[in-house]
Unconditional design. Structure first.
Length: 101
């Protein structure tokens, strides 16, 4: 039986510690214009903290978790173009899903 793993798109680099997402549109984070963002893998503690803060609001939970994993302010994250936010979501799911099972 051959194991097939999903190849990463060119804009996504997966490492042992996290993912680096190349943005389609440059964006300002913490006052610095960037074209890439690095998201580290979440811990259970961080996931649970985001869940607690969000009080059942899944969008708020995701925003809080992403801000923590990227070390950025929520306002900066919300200013991203939707295409780039979708790339961050794809990167996050590569971090937490078992795609090589």
């Amino acid at each position: 039986m051959t194991l097939v793993t999903q190849a990463s798109p060119a804009w996504l680099a997966v490492t042992e510690e996290g993912v680096t997402v190349t943005l389609r549109y440059k964006a300002s984070f913490n006052g610095v214009l960037v074209d890439k963002l690095t998201m580290r893998a979440p811990s259970v503690k961080e996931f649970n903290a985001a869940k607690l803060i969000a009080a059942g609001d899944m969008e708020k939970m995701e925003l809080h978790l992403f801000c923590s994993l990227l070390s950025v302010a929520e306002a900066d994250l919300l200013a991203l173009k939707l295409k780039d936010y979708n790339r961050l979501q794809a990167g996050y799911f590569r971090l937490v899903e078992e795609d090589d099972v």
